[in-house]
Design a protein around this ligand. Structure first.
Ligand code: PLP
Length: 370
């Protein structure tokens, strides 16, 4: 018997997600110590966890006891931070877990999700995993959402095809553009659930968040994460705000012990110093603008305007993939290259510390002179 014949057919044919190479492996591949690598390829926060989060981890008790399935203390802290009632908040093992959970709640095999590429890859990855298809409605050249095309795509769905979910990201990864109220309003008027991913919202400004809109819109879910804001990507903790009617169903289907005690403790401690978190955000947004200017002065990179902690750049007169490779091999500087429609000749560079920007720009100058 060929045991693989027992695997779900959609998994047999699905493409694997290409994750970022782990630091230790990279260090070996590049022949450099981890501290010598400048990692600007995954939109992580270069300032790392706050001192309070590190202290909470050092003093962690009860790692031998399963975590609170309801993440009560974390959700209380999140309610205070977001202004959304605790009853409408759910924590997850990163926003990634919640994206999968949302799809599990709504998708039947053969259903579709509406995806707005270029955007974060996990929406379509999870759709494949959940036996669903993807209706891709490409963004316009300036990366804004083609709302007329979205409305058309929804109304033209083939007979019998359901599309219960649409994923929209603001600021969008990989370009950093944001969704305006009018466009979001039109998305919310569609007969589906809009999942608004605000993983990077703090870099745009929390005042722009639509998280509280879930209280007035029964078809809106808003997701966020501690990975970018709080430098906790390695601990995996995210959260979402959900309409009241959906909450009991999410409680039913989520893994009971999804958020580790360590991740919860670090996240709660991080939220006890929001000012400190936002001070790092201010450093990063100032550095983003400085980096964009320095890169555009090179003359062969065109940065797109970004409201996030990364900058997408179009590369002219040079091969973008080769640029990524030379930066990694010769300088130990990692940036992201995408071989995808809408992103040809583009690289995405996460914002680092000022000295990392200096090293990047110096390397770019040297590469240009070669
Ligand atoms: C738009 C977007 N959403 C979600 C995530 C994942 O967040 P988490 O680390 O909380 O799983 C990312 C990570 O890069 C992202 O870019």
């Amino acid at each position: 018997m060929d045991i693989t014949n027992l695997i779900r057919p959609e998994i047999l044919t699905m493409e694997a997600y290409t994750p970022i190479v782990p630091f230790e492996v990279l260090s070996e591949q590049l022949g450099r110590k981890p501290e010598e690598i400048i990692k600007l390829d995954a939109n992580e926060n270069p300032y790392g966890p706050s001192a309070r989060a590190l202290q909470a981890l050092a003093e962690l008790q009860y790692a031998h006891i399963y975590p609170d399935p309801e993440s009560n203390r974390l959700r209380e802290a999140l309610a205070a931070y977001t202004g959304v009632p605790k009853a409408n908040l759910l924590a997850g093992l990163g926003a990634d877990e919640l994206i999968d959970l949302i799809q599990r709640l709504f998708l039947r095999p053969g259903d579709m999700i509406i995806d707005l590429p270029p955007t974060f890859g996990m929406y379509s990855f999870d759709a494949a995993l959940n036996g669903a298809g993807v209706v891709a409605v490409p963004r316009r050249v300036d990366f804004s959402i083609d709302i007329e095309a979205v409305e058309r795509a929804v109304s033209e769905l083939a007979a019998g095809r359901r599309a219960p979910l649409l994923f929209a990201t603001s600021p969008n990864n990989p370009d950093g553009s944001v969704i305006d109220d009018a466009t979001l309003g039109r998305l919310l008027a569609l007969p589906l659930v809009v999942v608004l991913d605000e993983a990077y919202i703090e870099f745009h400004g929390v005042a722009h968040s639509r998280m509280k809109w879930v209280l007035d819109h029964e078809n809106l879910i808003v997701l966020r994460t501690f990975s970018k804001l709080a430098g906790l990507a390695g601990l995996r903790v995210g959260y979402g705000a959900f309409p009241t009617a959906l909450m009991p169903h999410f409680w039913k289907i989520k893994q009971p012990y999804n958020v580790p005690v360590s991740a919860s403790a670090a996240a709660i401690a991080a939220l006890s110093d929001v000012e400190g978190l936002h001070a790092n955000v201010a450093r990063l947004t100032a550095e983003r603008d400085r980096m964009s200017e320095a890169l555009s002065e090179l003359g062969w990179l065109t940065p797109y305007p970004s409201r996030s902690n990364f900058v997408l750049c179009r590369v002219q007169g040079r091969d973008a993939r080769e640029l990524r490779e030379t930066l990694a091999r010769k300088y130990g500087i990692l940036i992201r290259y995408f071989n995808k429609p809408g992103l040809r000749d583009c690289v995405r560079i996460s914002v680092g510390k000022p000295e990392q920007t200096e090293a990047l720009v110096k390397a770019m100058r040297e590469i240009a002179d070669c």
